[in-house]
Design a binder for this molecule. Structure first.
Ligand code: NCD
Ligand code: ZN
Ligand code: ZN
Length: 346
């Protein structure tokens, strides 16, 4: 069996920097046309100038002949200014501003401590400039159970934010719950949308503990119960325009995952398209795959869809156990397992 689809984009990607950037870039740029590149480096990308420099380093790391376009983002802090948003828009390089509640996830220490108290003027300028807010939607209160942090974020932050600024474009990144699906579906189409990762579509929280602790299945937001996984599968395979592909591929060197205080993040770039095809096939919805991978994202961001095509063939392939690079190894999602769908450019 063979499918031809418009070239997809990845609307949530961690490319890192330095040697790790060089190691991971080929896995995304071989098949995706563009990607929204997350700004949670050390130090974070908080200015347009830094975003432009980061874009140059990504472009330098591309394989010869690659036409991949990195779409850059700014990391919102308590002190981001409205002027910075104007600069970001004018640059033509920055496509979103990322909200990390301080302490919510990897490299979020410099994130926002009080969105309504500190960031309203910036958010108002984002409405003015038609600049989307990309949200890691979890509260950080240690008293809130880790499995409830997305749901509580929706009720305490996101719903009030959208009531206050209904013209703000918001992408709820990496949604994981039935609550998030319902919330996104209840909002005005074209203003609130969501990205969905392969791991949240294919794995539930049992897989973090199956046969012993599985650090490579640890990501944030944490995997949820099966009912939540089923809800997001239904949402993406329904054909709704509000959901689109965002892998959240988040590489960490093997020793940083397999240790006593391991990092959160799943490195899924090498398997992402195979994994999404599996989801849609299992739901009997392969006819809806292309809109999710290639139409809904650019339509929401207001940029043109890609012109070229890629192919997905039923051609089982074995995922490598790991990928080596200068500083160590990266263990991909589905390491050592066989996937049915193999994507290629022709
Ligand atoms: N998803 C993750 O578990 N980790 C991401 C950060 C993020 O997207 O929250 C990372 O940068 O490692
Ligand atoms: Zn996140
Ligand atoms: Zn992420």
């Amino acid at each position: 069996m063979e499918l031809t689809i418009t070239q997809p984009d990845d609307w949530h990607l961690h490319l890192r920097d330095g040697d790790l950037l060089k190691a991971v870039v080929p896995h995304s740029v071989s098949l995706f046309g563009r990607a929204i590149v997350m700004p949670n480096l050390k130090p974070p990308i908080t200015t347009t100038v830094a975003a432009m420099a980061y874009q140059v380093s990504i472009l330098k790391a591309l394989p010869a002949g690659s036409t991949f376009t990195p779409l850059m983002t700014l990391y919102l802090t308590d002190t981001t200014s409205p002027t910075e948003i104007k600069l970001a828009k004018k640059s033509g390089v920055v496509f979103g501003v990322k909200l990390y509640p301080a302490g919510a996830t990897t490299n979020s220490q410099d994130g926002v401590t009080d969105l309504f108290g500190k960031c309203l003027p910036v958010l108002e300028e984002m409405v003015e400039q038609n600049m989307p807010l990309l949200v890691h939607g979890e509260v950080t209160d240690p008293d809130v159970d880790i499995f409830d942090r997305e749901k509580v974020f929706i009720e305490t932050i996101l719903r009030p934010l959208i009531e206050r600024l209904p013209q703000l474009k918001v992408v709820m990144e990496h949604v994981t719950t039935l609550d998030a699906v319902r919330f996104v579906e209840s909002c005005k189409e074209g203003y609130v949308a969501a990205t969905v990762t392969p791991q949240h579509l294919l794995l539930n929280r049992n897989t973090i503990f199956q046969g012993g602790l599985q650090p490579h299945n640890y990501c944030l937001p944490i995997l949820k119960r099966e009912i939540h996984r089923q809800a997001i599968v239904s949402a993406v395979t329904s054909g709704s325009k509000r959901f689109f592909l965002g892998t959240d591929s988040a590489p960490h060197e093997r020793r940083r995952k397999e240790c006593s205080c391991g990092c959160a993040g799943v490195f899924n770039a090498p398997v992402a398209l195979s994994a999404y095809a599996k989801v849609f096939e299992e739901a009997g919805a392969l006819d809806k795959l292309e809109a999710f991978t290639s139409f809904n994202g650019p339509d929401f961001y207001g940029i043109s869809r890609n012109n070229s095509k890629i192919k997905l063939r039923k051609n089982p392939w074995k995922v490598p156990n790991s990928y080596s690079y200068s500083f160590g190894e990266l263990v991909p999602m589905y390491a050592g397992e066989t996937l049915d769908w193999k994507p290629s450019l022709d």
